[in-house]
Design a protein around this ligand. Structure first.
Ligand SMILES: Cc1cc2nc3c(=O)[nH]c(=O)nc-3n(C[C@H](O)[C@H](O)[C@H](O)COP(=O)(O)OP(=O)(O)OC[C@H]3O[C@@H](n4cnc5c(N)ncnc54)[C@H](O)[C@@H]3O)c2cc1C
Length: 344
């Protein structure tokens, strides 16, 4: 092992996933976060683990596919060790098809998905059946994919933190560096790094989301009208999100009302559902728009796991794996486009 002791700064999904992977390999781990578990964008409500479109394959899509395929085992083990539910289910996704061109394009993707998803999941054009849990579809056709999953972000962070503790990790508000240090400090970390480097490494992108009371049962999530509609196991449906480069502080506003209205228009069964929570967070978006992983340039023994942006939960399992490879074994399996040093 290159290191047997690891300090992880940041208890969001990236920090906790790195901690879990390091613990699985026998490292001693301390997680430090002055604000507590899931205090950043990981403490949210949506939890769509949705794949990229199966075409124009690249490193990012391949990495995300690996991570999505790892997720079921990852979250099952977390649940077993912690005794807490992360709310994970590979329940699939429905997307309406707006016109004939969209149907043709989607049919073409049936074949590319079969090949690129290695037969592990399917992407199919199906006829809408008119059941209440369906999006409005002008063509009468939908895409149904079986790779998409959901989990509950806030509950998943609590479960993963409890599993880390059960495997011996300390989670504390402050502690000195001991051993290798992984900085998984989200949007605040990107701003700090930008200041230190004297150039923009990344920016926060605000997102607002809502939770509706509606027990949809075991049904696929829906992506329609530009919004994610994610039914959770606790009898709620999460809806997200806005994407704001310009904003003043956290909190929700009329932009979230528009997202809720879009969801109700796309999925009419939600028309009367009560809004029980409004939430906002700051996504960490690296300049590359990709995850930002690897050694911190000119800071030996310090590493970065950041840039989860809109798909941090989907990327978590694989991010943990490649960071543990690098930090503990000195084995670098980070895709070229994700390299932290390229952004400095
Ligand atoms: C509205 C919204 C909806 C989203 N929906 C989805 C979705 O459906 N699916 C999906 O995959 N992703 C989604 N995301 C994105 C996802 O939430 C992020 O990609 C992910 O949470 C990033 O995780 P992180 O651990 O890098 O950052 P964070 O969760 O922000 O964690 C960073 C942590 O670092 C701590 N910290 C900061 N500075 C320090 C320091 N100096 N020392 C120690 N700790 C520090 C903070 O307190 C925080 O707890 C959504 C985001 C938003 C805002």
């Amino acid at each position: 092992m290159a290191s047997t002791e690891v300090t992880i700064r940041g208890a969001g999904i990236f920090g906790l996933s790195c901690a879990w992977a390091c613990l699985q390999r026998g490292a001693r781990v301390t997680i430090v976060d002055p604000h507590g578990v899931g205090a950043g964008s990981s403490g949210g409500v949506v939890g769509a683990l949705a794949p990229h479109v199966p075409e124009n394959w690249n490193d990012k899509k391949a990495f995300q596919l690996d991570s999505l395929l790892m997720a079921e085992e990852f979250w099952t083990e977390v649940q077993e060790v912690s005794g807490l539910s992360p709310g994970y289910a590979r329940s699939g996704r429905l997307q309406p098809l707006a016109d004939d061109r969209a149907v043709e394009l989607a049919r073409g993707r049936e074949a590319t998905a079969a090949e690129l998803w290695q037969g592990r999941a399917s992407w199919q054009v199906i006829a809408a059946t008119g059941t209440p849990w369906e999006p409005v579809s002008p063509t009468g056709y939908l895409v149904h994919d079986t790779l998409t999953a959901r989990m509950h972000p806030r509950q998943a962070c609590e479960a993963l933190a409890a599993a880390c503790r059960a495997r011996g990790a300390l989670i504390v508000e402050e502690a000195p560096d001991a051993g290798a240090v992984i900085w998984a400090t989200g949007a605040a970390g990107l701003e700090e790094m930008s200041e230190m480097a004297g150039r923009q490494i990344g920016v926060p992108v605000k997102g607002q989301a809502a939770v509706l009371r509606h027990n949809a049962g075991q049904v696929p999530q829906i992506f329609a009208g530009g919004v994610h509609v994610v039914p959770h196991a606790d009898g709620t449906v999460a809806i997200g999100s806005t994407s704001e480069r310009e904003f003043e502080g956290l909190g929700t506003d009329a932009q979230l009302d528009e997202v809720i209205a879009a969801a109700r228009a796309a999925v009419p069964v939600l028309q009367g559902a009560e809004v029980i929570e409004r939430w906002s967070g700051l996504r960490p978006r690296a300049r590359s728009r990709a995850p930002m992983l690897g050694g911190w340039p000119d800071r030996p023994g310090h590493f970065i796991a950041n840039g989860g942006f809109k798909i941090g939960f989907g990327m978590g399992p694989k991010v943990g794996q490649v960071m543990a490879d690098l930090v503990l074994e000195g084995h670098d399996a980070i895709p070229e486009g994700f390299r932290a040093e390229a952004l400095f």
